[in-house]
Design a protein around this ligand. Structure first.
Ligand code: IPM
Ligand code: MG
Length: 358
């Protein structure tokens, strides 16, 4: 198992350090190699996705990523921004299927801004298409066009999906629903956008091959509302790149903190990139205040999806649950009556729980 490790920016190095300690404690045979992605890569070599990183990522069996970005690089031209590194690696590796589970741990029911009775038992999987849509569509840019006889600047992006792209993410979502509650909700905006009409058509065409899965459709504005009104109606949600970006942040807050949510981005063969859903949190970087659990849980997803090590994945997830049960909390999930700990201490606690088989 060759794992390419990309700590990235902000809190990235701190949370990755804890995730690697957890991985190393499992007695598995693997090699890790670190490389630069994002702002740190811009600073070091002037490119958010350097050639050396491309090579390592292509050669690896899986990639573990911290987070990229920060205000330090905001003023750079778009091609040099840290986010370009992230989009670049997703595209280069063909990671079209982004799985973002939003699970509420019972101990964190009060950390959610929603009433505990609304979120209790919440277990949603968002399947977000990750290499198409308005994120990558051409043409794009800011240009000058003549409007009403005058030169005007216009901003252009293109929302586009081919039926092939829709079909392959649809299949991933149907298969995922099969392993869960067998309910799939496809989110679109067919009342306005043709791209998403095709999206809905292709989802409907796939449905007969999965008679055991109940397929429904929902407009994205309604889905945003339903997620806070009655989130437990959802099992698996499948949607495009941009709607998925927005809805997955929304869903994460139902669980109390975006600091708890892991993600997997997979290609056609199951090779994947694993990263927490949260960003680089530059405001708390270097302060030992970040929550490492989303990254630790991303390691569990890596073991499950890329290496079929279900047992080891389950051990990590149980260790995280047991640490929460003991009342340990980083700042983002802290509430009175629990014990506030830093990043490293949280990592220690997960390691202890693993060693004791809790
Ligand atoms: C995410 C992030 C990225 C995205 C940004 C950092 C480019 O928000 O992974 O959800 O929009 O995909
Ligand atoms: Mg996002």
């Amino acid at each position: 198992m060759r794992i390419c490790v990309l700590p990235g920016d902000g809190i990235g190095p701190e949370i990755i350090a804890q995730a690697l300690r957890v991985l190393q404690s499992l007695d598995l045979e693997f090699e890790t190699e670190q490389a630069l992605l994002g702002g740190c890569a811009v600073d070091a070599v002037g490119d958010p996705f350097p050639e050396a990183t491309r090579k390592l990522a292509l050669a690896a069996d899986a990639v573990l990523l911290g987070a990229v970005g920060g205000p330090k690089w905001d003023a750079l031209p778009r091609e040099l921004r840290p986010e370009r590194g992230l989009l670049g690696i997703r595209k280069l590796l063909g990671l079209f299927a982004n799985l973002r589970p939003a699970v509420l741990y019972p101990e964190l029911a009060n950390a959610s801004t929603l009433k505990p009775e609304v979120v209790a038992g919440l277990d949603i999987l968002i399947v977000r298409e990750l290499t198409g849509d308005i994120y990558f569509g051409q043409p794009r840019g800011i240009e000058t066009r003549e409007i009403d006889g005058l030169p005007r600047r216009v901003g252009v992006n293109t929302m586009i999906y081919s039926e092939e792209e829709i079909r392959r993410i649809g299949k991933v979502a149907f298969e995922a629903a099969r392993k869960r509650q067998r309910k799939l909700c496809s989110v679109d905006k067919i009342n306005v956008l043709e791209t998403t009409q095709l999206w809905r058509d292709v989802m409907n065409e796939l449905a007969p091959a999965y008679p055991d899965v109940e397929l429904t459709h929902m407009l994205v504005d309604n889905a945003a509302m339903q997620l806070v009104r009655a989130p437990r109606q959802f099992d698996v949600i499948v949607t495009g790149n941009m709607f998925g970006d927005i809805l997955s942040d929304e869903a994460s807050m139902l669980t109390g903190s975006i600091g708890m949510l892991p993600s997997a981005s997979l290609d056609e063969t199951g090779k994947g990139l694993y990263e927490p859903c949260h960003g680089s949190a530059p405001d708390i970087a270097g302060k030992d205040a970040a929550n490492p659990l989303a990254t630790i849980l991303s390691v569990a997803m890596m073991l499950r999806y890329s290496f079929a090590l279900e047992d080891a994945a389950g051990r990590i997830e149980n260790a995280v649950k047991s640490v929460l049960k003991r009342g340990l909390r980083t700042g983002d999930i802290y509430e009175p009556g629990t014990t506030k700990v830093g990043t490293a201490e949280m990592g220690n606690a997960v390691l202890e729980a693993l060693q004791e088989g809790r």
